[in-house]
Structures are given as structure tokens and as C-alpha cells.
Design a protein around this ligand. Sequence first.
Ligand SMILES: [Zn+2]
Ligand SMILES: [Zn+2]
Length: 186
Amino acid sequence: MTQDMSCRCGHMHWRVDTGSGGTHVICYCADCQSFARHLGQAETMLDGDGGTEVFQIMPGAFHITQGADSLALLRLGPNGLFRWYARCCNTPIANTLPNPRRLPFIGVILPPGTQGFGPVTAQVNTAAARTPIRSHGFAAAAAALVGRALKARLTGQAGSVLFDAEGAPIVTPHVLTREERDAARP
Ligand SMILES: [Zn+2]
Ligand SMILES: [Zn+2]
């Protein structure tokens, strides 16, 4: 099974293999909210509680099918996650670690309520939610992520279209300035 996704303007398309497994989580952390806010997508990408829906998969389960020239990358700070987006219309795409070899996974970002990725099984980092949310499923989601990362290594699916053979990102990350970061803070 696969799910085809696209940015809001339709220039960039990507595909997610859902058959190889994934974990559907909602992250309420301030950084995920800042990412959406910096892109001007808080209205479209955050749910009413400030949550970001993420589908965590093996890197090999993510494919760019059209418009790769729009791929862009930012970090909220010098040590921040890699946050990938489509620059044509500022649509968030995915999160990864800066060093994909350490823990190979991709967290594909879903607009709130997207169907086809199974039920949400974890709500994490709820302290920064706009309303009180009960945190649950963190341990299971973390274990599944580590399990998939190991499997990705063992089955040769740790490589990703987002990184070259040396493990460097295929586009240069932009690190937000302190002013940009402050302006995006929820
Ligand atoms: Zn676009
Ligand atoms: Zn988050």
C-alpha cells in the first residue's frame, strides 16, 4: 500500500509506503509548532490543540515523485532536527535527525485528519499543547521507531532520498536566526 501526497500548490509530490509499517503520532512540542508557524502554516498544519500529525517510517519508505527542485530544509537552531518542506508554497514534508545513520527514520508530516495512515496511537510532548492533553503511547512509539531503524539497517532500507551516499542532506539547511526563531515561537 502507498499513499500519494502533495504540497498545497501541487508542484511537489511524494509517496509513502504504508505497507512496511509506521507509527501515527501527534506531537505537541513547541518546536513542531514553531516549524509550522515559521512557514505560515499554523492554520493548515496544526490541529486545534497545536498538534502536528506525524507518520514515522523507515527512510526507504519515502519517495519524492515530482517537483524535487522545491525541496528545502531548515533547522530551528544549530542543533535542531532537520525539518524538510516544499519551498514553492511552504508546505511541511518531514522531519529527520541530522545524522540519519544513527537512527534512520523519517517522520512524514500529515495535515490534521489525513486518512490512510491508520489510527493515532500516541500523543507526545503534550506539555506544550494549547489545551490539556493526556500524554500516551510514547514508549511504544519510541520502541517502534528504534525497531524500524534497526530493521532498516538490516534490510538495506536505511538510505533515504533526502541524503546522499555520504549521509549529507541533498539540500543545504537554513538555520533560523534568533530573530526568526523568536518570531515563530508559539
Ligand atoms: Zn508547493
Ligand atoms: Zn514535535
